[in-house]
Structure formats: C-alpha cells, structure tokens
Write a protein that binds this ligand. Structure first.
Ligand code: ADP
Length: 204
C-alpha cells in the first residue's frame, strides 16, 4: 500500500507545531513508529527538539538536507515520518516525500505556506495540492483579533499591535508567559507578527 500525505500549513503562530506534536503524541500512543524530523537550520528549536510558541517540545532528529532526510527515513522500519518546518528543506522535498509515500510510509509535512511578504512559500503549496488531508491553520491578528493568514516582520519603531493600539487585542496571561519563554527563538514575537488580510502591510 502507498502512504498517506497529511499537510499542516499556515502562517507563523497558527499552531502548526502544536498540531504536529499532538498528532505525533497520538501516533506514539497507538504504537506507530514515528520519525520526527526538523531542519538543522531551524535554530528556533533546540537541536534535538521541535518547540512550539507555547514552549512545549518533543524530540526530533535535526537534518541538514533532503538527501539525509530520505536516508534517515529509510534507515529503520518507520510507519510515519513527521517533518517540522518543511519550508527549510526547499522544493526538492516534494519528490523525496513522494518517494516515501510510494514506499508505503505515511508522511506529515508541517510548515509555512506563506512568506513574510505574503507570497506562496514552496514547497508547502505543492504539498497542499496533492495531500490526502490538508489542515490549513490561521493565527490571530495582533491588531484586530481576526483570523490571520499572514505574518510580517515587525518594524523597529512599531509596537506589536500596530499603529492603532486602541483596538488592540490583549493575549491572555498564559500566552504572554509563553511568549517570554519564546523570546530567543527565531520568529518569536520580537521580530514577526500575525496579521489578517486587512492589517497586513507587506514587507514594510
Ligand atoms: P506555529 O508552529 O504555527 O508557528 P506554534 O504551534 O509554535 O505555531 O504556536 C502556537 C501558539 O502561539 C498558540 O497556541 C498561542 O499560544 C501562541 N500565540 C502567540 N501569538 C499568537 C497569535 N498572534 N495568534 C495565535 N497564537 C499565538
């Protein structure tokens, strides 16, 4: 049998890592042999874990390129390969994942489907086109609280809540605490913000 492709895609802060971890945890409980892979360039995470913006983490094998990912995936008799922040691997990831699927492995691909300047971010859009299941997540716009399909770089002079702070949505305290934990991570709240279509202002 061929494998099943699941895609978890969205902008930053949309809960992609949380959802990937939830699915990996469930699979582990079910006795499924999972290999969790991250990219070694993703210094948001500790080298051997994936970490969500809430500070939760699970072990992962950091790999530097598609070839070593393919090698690691076939090294043991895994049932499921879970790939965190798949955009780091680039477009060559598509044929590599298709090969794993044809060999009968299930694959979950999680990553950004949009760049910080609002453009489609390969390879996620290509994976979304051919997946058995696509989970498309949104974050919360830091200006108005609506669904955010974008994230953008925060201007040095700008507050995280944008120019019209009167309409600011205050995150619950738990989220603020999680944000502080995450301050050192690449793509933490200190440099990027989630924005809805109306409040997205592009590359700035
Ligand atoms: P992703 O992997 O998509 O970047 P994570 O799973 O790492 O997302 O983090 C999602 C968590 O980030 C949320 O559950 C919430 O606690 C926190 N968070 C911080 N800022 C936002 C925001 N603007 N919108 C949604 N969640 C946010």
């Amino acid at each position: 049998d061929t494998g099943r492709l699941t895609v978890i895609a969205g902008p930053m802060f949309s809960g992609k890592s949380e959802e990937l971890m939830r699915r990996v945890r469930r699979a582990t409980i079910a006795g499924i042999d999972v290999l969790v892979v991250s990219h070694s360039l993703d210094t948001r995470s500790d080298i051997s874990t994936i970490t969500s913006h809430t500070g939760v983490n699970i072990p992962a094998v950091p790999l530097g390129d598609v070839a070593s990912l393919a090698g690691a995936a076939l090294q043991k008799d895994y049932d499921l390969i879970a790939i965190d922040e798949a955009q780091f691997f680039g477009p060559e990831l598509v044929p590599a994942v298709e090969d794993l699927l044809s060999r009968g492995l299930d694959v979950i691909v999680e990553g950004l489907c949009v760049t910080f300047d609002g453009q489609p971010f390969e390879p996620l859009p290509s994976f979304m086109a051919v997946a058995e299941e696509v989970l498309r997540l949104t974050a919360v716009c830091t200006v108005c609280g609506k669904d955010a399909v974008f994230h953008q770089r925060l201007e040095q002079t700008e507050s995280p809540n944008g120019p019209d702070a009167a309409r600011t949505v205050q995150p619950p305290e738990a989220t603020l605490a999680a944000t502080e934990i995450d301050a050192s991570h690449i793509g933490g709240l200190d440099t990027y913000v989630a924005r809805c279509r109306q409040h997205f202002t592009g590359a700035g």
